[in-house]
Design a protein around this ligand. Structure first.
Ligand SMILES: [Zn+2]
Length: 144
């Protein structure tokens, strides 16, 4: 399924991730299923990367209670938590084995490669039903 992000929200995501460089940063994508059959992002919720210590340059962690808050926020707005975004500082925008192990089903994982502080490439991924690997899903940055 295609993940659609309006351009201003996509820029919000990139600013957040570039600002956190060289650490990884993450957040939630809230939205709804559009009439065009796309998952359309309507709200971006940046969260704190609480992974301890220097490994924050290549790991992120979102505590379960923060996921719960995001789900409550989505419900309040009549939206769903469609996915999670995070950065890969100086690495490609492909999911790592670590990403696969902590991934939830039916969730879009938007990964942005940030090289030397600049966002370079973004790809969206989704866990296959047997959880063995990620599949790329189409990403559309929509003009507002
Ligand atoms: Zn990752």
């Amino acid at each position: 399924m295609t993940l659609e992000i309006p351009k201003p929200l996509f820029q919000t995501i990139l600013h957040h991730l570039e600002g956190a460089y060289p650490e990884e940063a993450a957040g939630f994508l809230l939205g709804r299923l559009g009439e065009n059959g796309r998952k359309r992002v309507e709200v971006v919720l940046p969260v704190e990367n609480v992974w301890p210590g220097e490994e924050r340059t290549r790991r992120y962690r979102i505590p379960p209670e923060v996921l719960l808050l995001a789900e409550e926020e989505a419900e309040r707005r009549g939206l769903w938590v469609l996915g999670v975004y995070h950065s890969h500082p100086d690495h490609p925008s492909r999911p790592s084995e670590f990403d696969r192990l902590q991934a939830l089903p039916n969730t879009s994982y938007l990964i942005v490669s940030v090289r030397q502080g600049r966002a370079r490439q973004a790809q969206s991924w989704r866990l296959t039903d047997d959880r063995s690997r990620f599949e790329e899903e189409p990403l559309v940055i929509a003009e507002a």
